[in-house]
Design a binder for this molecule. Structure first.
Ligand SMILES: Nc1ncnc2c1ncn2[C@@H]1O[C@H](COP(=O)(O)OP(=O)(O)O)[C@@H](O)[C@H]1O
Ligand SMILES: N[C@@H](CCC(=O)OP(=O)(O)O)C(=O)O
Length: 372
């Protein structure tokens, strides 16, 4: 038994290049239809699923008539741009068969390192999930070249797990999981069924890149598990063509390699916030707001703010202090300091009229906050 996926309510599933393609050129429509059916079953169990799928380059190669993977980086980018249309098309059709809508989300690592974009991506994804849509994520290969060189969606999967605080990351690949050595080179290698995310011994077992299409190999998967664990997500690495792999994992079956996170979401978030000792600014809360945050577990609304100190941008980590100056909480602000000065002491229903837009009715959402 393995209850990690069974217990998870928010899951990122990453489907690698080596799996999603038909012998390296074009997409395997039948395999994609099977994953869509299984993801629909997971949704019916009440799980929210985000799919990170590779395969754009492979499909673009087919559509543009390349026999071999081009070496020119801009030709690869062109393949990705053309192929992404096919990838979106096939996922939309496959999920539609199960009455599920899909959304295309193209991201770069830099997007997630930028606070404002991070918050925007997070809000978009959580809104899509709330609406019952399955977001399909890939790298935005048009605007970056580093990622295309390494071809690594494992890292992207982990970053997305951090972004929306997923409970689990499932990495589907062309091997049954992590082996004690690369099974393509060492026939005596055995499957590692359990491990601790972040254990350095695992990194030594994972060799370099695997197939000619997938570039990351097992090492990027192990590093992705380590990264995902930073926000409390567990990782499972499994063979994507194993029959009903996703639904069986959701039923608690032990398949592949499970790499467990050692800290829960809350501890992880606190650690992350603790890294921001030098916050960009402060907001002063009235007694009612302090009570809402500390006693009732609520978000901070602008109406409870009576002062703003310092200058900060949207997405900055700020400190919420009581009138006597004692620190109450720390969190990411939905509004800049200038905007906060305009909307403080005012009801959230007026934000849009005051600023001309609404980023959220909260100044700091509960999910982006830790109490001190
Ligand atoms: N210890 C290991 N256990 C399993 N696979 C390994 C290991 N070391 C290296 N590999 C290689 O990693 C490959 C999977 O990585 P990759 O081809 O990048 O897949 P994907 O496209 O799914 O990301 C496997 O086919 C295998 O050859
Ligand atoms: N973004 C690109 C490549 C991503 C990629 O190959 O990643 P991986 O599946 O981790 O080896 C694509 O869609 O073709």
């Amino acid at each position: 038994m393995n209850s990690v996926i069974q217990k998870a309510t928010r899951v990122i599933i990453k489907v690698g290049s080596s799996l999603v393609t038909n012998d390296g050129r074009g997409l395997d429509h039948n395999a994609i239809a099977r994953w869509a059916a299984q993801i629909a079953a997971l949704r019916a169990l009440g799980k929210q699923v985000v799919l990170v799928s590779s395969g754009a380059i492979a499909e673009g190669m087919l559509r543009l008539g390349f026999e071999k993977r081009p070496t020119d980086i801009h030709e690869l980018q062109a393949c990705a741009a053309v192929g992404q249309m096919g990838l979106a098309q096939i996922y939309e059709t496959s999920f539609r068969a199960h009455q599920l809508g899909t959304a295309q989300v193209l991201l770069t690592h830099a997007d997630l390192a930028d606070r404002e974009r991070y918050l925007n991506a997070r809000s978009t994804l959580t809104t899509l999930l709330r609406m019952g849509v399955v977001p399909i994520i890939n790298e935005n290969d048009t605007v970056v070249t580093d990622e295309i060189k390494f071809g690594d969606n494992d890292t992207l999967g982990a970053l997305v797990a951090n972004l929306i605080e997923a409970d689990a990351l499932i990495i589907l690949t062309d091997q049954r999981g992590l082996y004690s050595a690369d099974p393509r080179k060492d026939p005596a290698a055995h499957l590692i069924t359990h491990g601790r995310a972040g254990d350095l011994a695992l990194e030594a077992m994972a060799g370099g890149a695997g197939s000619s299409l997938g570039r990351g190999g097992m090492l990027t998967k192990i590093l992705a598990a380590k990264r995902a664990a930073k926000s409390g997500a567990h990782t499972v690495i499994a063979f994507g063509r194993e029959e009903d792999v996703l639904t069986r994992l959701a039923n608690g079956e032990a398949i592949g390699t499970e790499l467990a996170a050692q800290t829960g979401h809350l501890t992880a978030r606190k650690q992350w916030m603790a890294d921001h000792l030098h916050t960009a600014g402060q907001v002063v809360l009235d007694a009612g707001a302090v009570q809402k945050l500390t006693q009732d577990g609520k978000s901070l609304l602008p109406i409870g703010v009576i002062g703003v100190k310092g200058e900060f941008g949207r997405g900055a980590v700020i400190t919420c202090v009581a009138e006597d100056g004692s620190a109450v909480a720390r969190g990411m602000s939905n509004y800049t300091s200038a905007e906060t000065r305009k909307i403080m002491r005012r009801p959230s229903a007026e934000i849009e009229a005051i600023l001309g837009f609404l980023e959220g009715k909260e100044l700091v959402h509960r999910d982006n906050m830790v109490l001190l």
